[in-house]
Design a binder for this molecule. Structure first.
Ligand code: PEP
Ligand code: MN
Length: 630
């Protein structure tokens, strides 16, 4: 059952409730949520819930109807996020685990780790105990393999995961792995589940070859009931009558599990298909269906792999898959989790005494919950971040310049509304500030009401005029009165303070969460291709970005025939690729224009430097706004 505690409950009452439940044979777990704190009470006992309801400090008691209790969404409404050091499974990130099927030797796993890390994997996989169909197939290197796996993970800054097949291995393996994997064949090995559940380590639980979703969630329940705090589910295909692929991936299990459980779910496209060429499309489908990550087999030389070579990706296929996933994630409102560059290349703010401070403060314009805040939380996801709202774009620049924050996040361009000229102008006005990175988010508008609001009773909707305009079709059809507000997230704060359940706002789901409001309708924007590109800005003293591949420039040209074309010819002759060109009137100089350019930086840095120097010689005014990686 779920025991919802009163908001201002006293510690002594909390303690009494816990003791009461434990005395009656329940296991009690405290879950602190944004909206409420609950005790989840489970056990092989039953009780008249009225005896709990009358205890001081109890708001209400809700029975859990499903056979799995701790794994159930009824117990915990918000998505669980499993953290392993800097990486996480669940939440707004897509997490990619990669590596060979089996650890075959020190050199092989070192090479595999280097390759997958370079392409962007954040966790390393590799089996040391291989449950093979034939006793004559390679069985894994056992503890020696785990030693190599750990070494390879550490050398590349990645946590590691490996399969456990026996309760006798728990203590030995605990020192080597960051996450236990329970394989498909052992999903219902209940003694193994009990032992691994008690091991105080995160666990990835693969779906059994022939298991229903309910059996799978019951196996997760075993882990949770025996003490596991962090469980991730892994859909890896099930047996069907189809023989073309090794298994049949049950893609619909992703949304089904998301509805039934709060646990993160990842997909293993390698064991699901068994055929290398089928792995990338199936992995992309998993991303589209809402998986929290994928675990994929990659081998430095798959033709020589000792196990599962036919389904292991070549390194270049994995690199391509990572790029595809990165391109797809904004469409499903996510961001691909990337580990920061190794320490020496990591952008840390220099120039104040806060040099290597782990917490980064990032200024953005608008109220809490603004789309800029979503962008910065996603971009700085691997670091502890303090979003700092300020009231104007100029204030973002000033906060960065004066060192009140390490970074600022400002929108540069929206795919529907075009450039945010004010920020380009500010980049010119603040020569001590430059762009150090860029990030994009997909703008998804929600209709947000007060906690008790009903869609049928809404009469008036507040939002920024652009938010209203981007949802015009939906608003016209609904017949709501439209009221402009100075920003989207601010309109949510405004309805939170209203005493009328008939008012609503248009903003992001993040804004609804931050102000404790309710999402009444998601995705009400007319055009789903609504992206905003943001710049991360920092002071000039910020260390150079490692291997930049894009730069932004602003320039004006002499007032003479062919001036712009001469500049562009220089770019062409140095084979420098132009990604954006936009003209804009120069403030105070009617009918004179400056140009904004984004140029790709090639691998050959010296060609770029020479090209840009010559290019600059043809301009009148030239400013480099930043070199960064996209
Ligand atoms: C594996 O991940 O190497 C493995 C054996 O997977 P499964 O248990 O899904 O077959
Ligand atoms: Mn395998």
């Amino acid at each position: 059952m779920v025991v919802v505690l009163e908001h201002d409950i006293r510690d002594s009452h909390k303690q009494r409730i816990r003791e009461f439940l434990e005395q009656h044979g329940f296991q009690v777990r405290e879950i602190v949520g944004v909206e409420e704190t609950i005790f989840g009470a489970v056990g092989p006992v039953s009780i008249d819930i009225r005896n709990v309801e009358v205890l001081p400090g109890v708001d209400k008691v809700v029975p859990i109807s499903k056979p799995y209790k701790l794994a159930s969404r009824e117990l915990k409404k918000s998505d669980s996020v499993v953290h392993i050091g800097r990486i996480a499974f669940g939440g707004p990130r897509m997490t990619v685990v990669a590596g060979p099927c089996a650890v075959e030797g020190r050199e092989e796993i070192m090479e595999a780790a280097r390759i997958v890390r370079k392409s962007g994997a954040v966790m390393l996989r590799g089996g040391a105990f291989k449950p093979r169909t034939s006793p004559y197939s390679f069985q894994g290197l056992g503890e020696e393999g785990l030693r190599y796996l750990k070494e390879a993970g550490e050398a590349n800054g990645m946590p590691v995961i490996s399969e456990i097949v026996s309760p006798l291995h728990v203590d030995m393996m605990r020192d080597y792995v960051d996450m236990f994997q329970i394989g498909t064949r052992n999903m219902q090995n209940f003694e193994l589940l009990k032992a691994v559940g008690a091991a105080e380590k995160p666990i990835m639980l693969k779906r059994g070859l022939c298991s229903t979703i309910e059996e799978w969630l019951m196996a997760a329940e075993y882990l949770l009931a025996h003490g596991a705090e962090d469980v991730i589910l892994c859909e890896r295909g099930i047996r069907t009558f189809e023989t073309y692929t090794r298994n049949s991936l049950d893609i619909s299990s992703i949304p089904v599990v998301k509805k039934l459980s709060h646990l993160p779910i990842v997909v293993d496209p390698s064991h699901a298909t068994g055929i290398r060429a089928k792995v990338p499309p199936v992995a992309r489908a998993a991303v589209a269906a809402g998986a929290d990550g994928i675990i994929v087999e990659v081998h430095p030389d798959p033709d020589r792999a000792l196990s599962d070579g036919a389904q292991s990706l070549f390194p270049e296929q994995f690199e391509k898959l990572m790029r595809d996933i990165e391109a797809m994630t904004p469409v499903v409102g996510r961001e691909l989790m990337r580990l920061p560059e190794p320490q020496e290349n990591r952008p840390a703010f220099r120039g104040t005494d806060r040099t290597e401070h782990e917490v980064v403060r990032v200024a953005f314009q608008g109220a809490r919950g603004a789309y800029s805040e979503t962008a910065l939380l996603r971009y700085f996801q691997s670091r502890e971040t303090v979003p700092t709202p300020v009231s104007s774009f100029r204030d973002v620049f000033t906060a960065v310049l004066e060192g009140h924050v390490e970074y600022g996040m400002v929108p540069l361009e929206n795919s529907l509304a075009g450039s945010v000229h004010e920020n380009y102008d500010l980049l010119l006005q603040f020569p001590d500030i430059r762009i150090v990175a860029e990030t994009q988010i997909r703008v998804e508008h929600c209709l947000i009401g007060r906690p008790e609001a009903e869609l049928g009773h809404i009469h008036t909707v507040y939002s920024h005029p652009q938010g209203l305009a981007q949802c015009r079709a939906y608003l016209e059809e609904s017949g709501f009165k439209q009221m402009p507000y100075y920003d989207t997230a601010g309109s949510v704060a405004w309805i939170a303070g209203c005493n009328d359940d008939g008012v609503a706002a248009i903003a992001s789901a993040d804004a609804a969460r931050i102000y404790g409001m309710k999402v009444l309708r998601e995705g009400i924007e007319q055009n789903p291709h609504n992206y905003t590109r943001f710049a991360v800005i920092a002071r000039l003293e910020h260390p150079d970005v490692d291997r930049p591949n894009r730069c932004s420039l602003v320039l004006s040209t002499p007032d003479s025939p062919g001036a712009l074309s001469k500049c562009l010819n220089v770019l062409a002759s140095y084979e420098l690729n132009l990604k954006k060109l936009e003209s804009r009137p120069i403030p105070g100089k009617p009918w004179s224009y400056m140009f904004y350019l984004d140029v790709e930086i090639p691998e050959d840095m010296s060609r770029f430097e020479r090209g840009i120097a010559e290019f600059a010689s043809y301009t009148e005014d030239f400013r480099l706004l930043g070199k960064y990686r996209v």
